[in-house]
Design a protein around this ligand. Structure first.
Ligand SMILES: *[C@@H]1O[C@H](CO)[C@@H](O)[C@H](O)[C@H]1NC(C)=O
Ligand SMILES: *[C@@H]1O[C@H](CO)[C@@H](O)[C@H](O)[C@H]1NC(C)=O
Ligand SMILES: *[C@@H]1O[C@H](CO)[C@@H](O)[C@H](O)[C@H]1NC(C)=O
Ligand SMILES: *[C@@H]1O[C@H](CO)[C@@H](O)[C@H](O)[C@H]1NC(C)=O
Length: 221
């Protein structure tokens, strides 16, 4: 009984702010960073530069930034690609700066995406860490200032699959149809299904990640 009351209280608090209305997670840059300082066991004596958003080019800093981008779902772990459009939510351009997108894109075009990791020898994820850092630095130096507000995080690919399976069950579409796009779209309950997916994932585009598979995209003007 107490637990139920407590849970209810938490839900009410969260819905007031609009966050987690259905199943959506929100997080700010600083919250993600503070998680990652704990995950990576970086002592507080060494965390000072990070708290003031100073990021040197050493390996610890690179691993921290990689962790933050994974944590914020900006780096898509299952596909090993950064989702550049999501990165801009954490930065605010200076007022009147009309060139921030062009400058950022010019930088993004120079960031290498590793095709294959050298995982058998040496440290794994080196290529992923480098490309995630390259992307971060494009925004950090050319786009604008780090914004401290929390944003709604998009689900990962795995979570998206789970949401689709749950919504298929909720509206009564056979789960097998999820693997055949055109049949799914012609199903009479398709609009109910996509409505459910949109509410639970916070995004109407189910194929958001599809064209990001092989290359680092640039952001839209
Ligand atoms: C920004 O880049 C786009 C495409 O690369 C170009 O068409 C546009 O003129 C540039 N804008 C400015 C202000 O230079
Ligand atoms: C993998 O390692 C080999 C040998 O160390 C190196 O020549 C190659 O450039 C590496 N590939 C990548 C993608 O880092
Ligand atoms: C941060 O982003 C939010 C939402 O996008 C915006 O309302 C706010 O003005 C930004 N904060 C700063 C300091 O730019
Ligand atoms: C599907 O959505 C319509 C409204 O668009 C609603 O009337 C109907 O009850 C829904 N069906 C199911 C099975 O959820």
């Amino acid at each position: 009984m107490h637990l139920r009351l407590l849970l209810c209280g938490v839900c009410c608090l969260l819905t007031v702010g609009g966050a987690l209305k259905h199943h959506i997670l929100t997080k700010s840059w600083d919250e993600a960073q503070s998680d990652c300082l704990e995950y990576l066991r970086i002592e507080s004596s060494r965390a000072k530069p990070y708290i003031s958003h100073q990021y040197e080019d050493d390996q610890t800093t690179k691993e921290l930034l990689f962790c933050i981008l994974l944590n914020l779902r900006v780096y898509q772990a299952t596909q090993n690609v950064p989702r550049v459009e999501l990165m801009r939510q954490f930065f605010t351009p200076d007022a009147g700066d009309t060139m921030h997108v062009n400058r950022t894109n010019e930088c993004l075009r120079r960031v290498q995406i590793p095709l294959k990791e050298n995982s058998s020898c040496g440290k794994p994820y080196l290529g992923a860490i480098e490309s995630a850092n390259g992307m971060f630095r494009c925004f950090y130096y050319y786009y604008g200032n780090l914004n401290r507000s929390a944003v709604e995080l998009l689900p990962t690919m795995l979570e998206r699959q789970q949401i689709q399976q749950e919504c298929a069950k909720i509206v009564g579409i056979p789960e097998g149809l999820l693997r055949c796009g055109s049949h799914l779209k012609n199903h009479p309950l398709y609009s109910n299904f996509s409505h459910c997916v949109m509410l639970r994932s916070g995004s109407s585009t189910m194929a958001l990640d599809e064209n990001l598979r092989n290359s680092l995209n640039v952001i839209k003007a």
